[in-house]
Design a protein around this ligand. Structure first.
Ligand SMILES: Cc1cc2nc3c(=O)[nH]c(=O)nc-3n(C[C@H](O)[C@H](O)[C@H](O)COP(=O)(O)O)c2cc1C
Length: 177
């Protein structure tokens, strides 16, 4: 099975999760390509059977590079007829979408729109979405003070070792689907 580990991380949290995914997939004996989303990155998604796609949450959506690159990919696949009317399934093709988020105001509701948004690219391509993960992660930089006192309480230091261990266990589960 060929696995694509696609992610964007501005402040390092999603980077930790993506590294954990890469390590776990490799240890399980699968080929994995990790691609950090940046301007003009257009991975050949259809070359992969399983895609993990992740981003931090920025005002309820993935980061700008994800918005821009997914828009380009959607356009490319729509114009070339790869995205078909009614998006028929592509047997054997699966995707997991995830985000890291702080949830200061409304908790996980700030993250759900991000995974729904990201999932749509793969769903349009006919991939089955077999996981939507919302991973609690601290705020960095100017918003560091939001890592305590909000809807999710004290989230300093997250994702922590236990969060990353949970990711590994879920990846092992996904590899069996
Ligand atoms: C400028 C900024 C805006 C953010 N906006 C939100 C938000 O709307 N909702 C939320 O739950 N978390 C928000 N966060 C927290 C981030 O989603 C969280 O820290 C995430 O793990 C960042 O991922 P990254 O380090 O991989 O970029 C924000 C963080 C920053 C720095």
């Amino acid at each position: 099975m060929k696995v694509l580990n696609l992610y964007f991380s501005a402040t390092g949290n999603t980077d930790k999760v993506a590294k954990q995914i890469e390590e776990t997939v490799r240890q399980a004996g699968h080929e994995v390509e990790t691609v950090r989303i940046a301007k003009n990155i257009e991975p050949d998604i259809l070359a992969f059977d399983l895609v993990f796609a992740g981003s931090g949450v920025y005002m309820w959506l993935p980061g700008k590079p994800v918005l821009e690159s997914f828009d380009k990919l959607r356009e490319k696949y729509a114009n070339s007829g790869v995205i078909k009317p009614a998006s028929p399934r592509r047997p054997g093709k699966k995707a997991v979408v995830y985000c890291t988020y702080g949830g200061f105001h409304t908790g996980v509701n700030e993250a759900i729109s991000t995974t729904k948004f990201m999932g749509q690219l793969f769903d349009h391509l006919g991939y089955d979405i077999i996981g939507e993960w919302h991973i609690v992660a601290e705020y960095h930089g100017k918003l560091q003070h939001l890592s305590a006192g909000g809807r999710l309480g004290n989230i300093q230091g997250r994702p922590n070792a236990a969060d990353l261990q949970e990711i590994s266990e879920k990846v092992v589960g996904i590899l069996q689907v």
